[in-house]
Design a protein around this ligand. Structure first.
Ligand SMILES: NC(=O)c1ccc[n+]([C@@H]2O[C@H](COP(=O)([O-])OP(=O)(O)OC[C@H]3O[C@@H](n4cnc5c(N)ncnc54)[C@H](OP(=O)(O)O)[C@@H]3O)[C@@H](O)[C@H]2O)c1
Length: 266
């Protein structure tokens, strides 16, 4: 049964890409449910979007790396009787590290947020999304999903999971009202860490980077057309094509050399 006021639920909405997506969805008069870590200014983001775009916004602060967190988001939505027609799994933790020297907690948080929270939120919300005439899941992957990146071992593998999970789920849900999409940007200047990482790679990284506002708009527009995979910028799509022609061992040596630069600035 279709419910009247529907909401786009966006994780990681207090900053970066998630905040950009929240602003764009607000500009399209979508009502919003914003999720982020506690004490990161989410109430302020909600207030500013509400004032500018006159949409209904509620927010919930939780640490998605905690075991009970995805279920607590779901319970909050159900208790408040919100109807969700768009789920944007954007929250994610990036970073660069020498794996053998890294704290086990470094890997754990990336697995918990990038993989576990995304998977469980999707599972919890499918029955809700199915109540809508038309609904959408947008998962935020990364161009790194298509490469095995030394020093970004857990991160790139977690994003490969996001792409594979999304593709498989899209086919399971064929014939249902739910369309599953994934967006895989390369660099996006969202915080001090991503600024430093983009700069570490020099001119070619600047060429492959996209502004948050452009990414947010395009990702939502592509999602609404039902497109599965959106890789921003022709140069990034070319990199994936090029990869098919470079022997794996050579590719890995090039990636090792390139991403060593990030270790030095991290
Ligand atoms: N920026 C890039 O170059 C780039 C490129 C490819 C893909 N991506 C992907 O895009 C997504 C957003 O990244 P971003 O660059 O916008 O990063 P960001 O500015 O650091 O934003 C990440 C968002 O996720 C939230 N988050 C992180 N850990 C969380 C946790 N434990 N519980 C709840 N929320 C948590 C953050 O909340 P708080 O603000 O409350 O900390 C923040 O709102 C990620 O999935 C990332 O992997 C980014």
């Amino acid at each position: 049964m279709r419910q009247e006021k529907s909401f786009a639920l966006i994780t990681g909405a207090s900053s970066g890409i998630g905040k950009g997506i929240a602003w764009y969805c607000g500009s399209r008069k979508m009502n919003l449910l914003l999720i982020s870590l506690p004490n990161e200014g989410l109430s302020e983001v909600a207030r500013e979007i509400r004032e500018k775009h006159d949409v209904i916004i509620d927010y919930f602060e939780t640490d998605l790396s905690q075991l009970e967190s995805p279920e607590s988001v779901y319970k909050w939505v159900i208790e408040k009787k919100y109807a969700v027609n768009i789920l944007v799994n954007n929250a994610g933790v990036a970073g660069t590290a020498v794996f053998e020297n890294s704290d086990p907690a470094y890997s754990d948080i990336r697995i918990m947020v990038n993989i576990r929270a995304l998977t469980l939120l999707t599972r919890y919300f499918i029955p809700e999304l199915k109540k809508q005439e038309k609904s959408y899941i947008l998962n935020v992957g990364s161009l790194s999903a298509f490469f095995s990146i030394p020093y970004k071992t857990v991160y790139s593998a977690s994003k490969a999971y996001v792409v594979n999970f999304s593709r498989a789920l899209r086919y399971e849900l064929k014939g249902s009202p739910i369309s599953v999409s994934v967006v895989c940007p390369n660099g996006v200047r969202t915080n001090a860490g991503t600024h430093a990482r983009i700069e570490a790679h020099g001119a070619k990284a600047r060429l492959t980077a996209i502004p948050v506002e452009v990414l947010a708009k395009n990702a939502i527009e592509k999602m609404l057309t039902g497109k599965f995979l959106y890789i921003p910028l022709g140069v990034n799509r070319f990199l994936i094509l090029l990869q098919k022609f470079i022997p794996t061992a050579l590719q890995q040596r090039m990636l090792t050399r390139e991403f060593m630069k990030e270790v030095k600035v991290s």
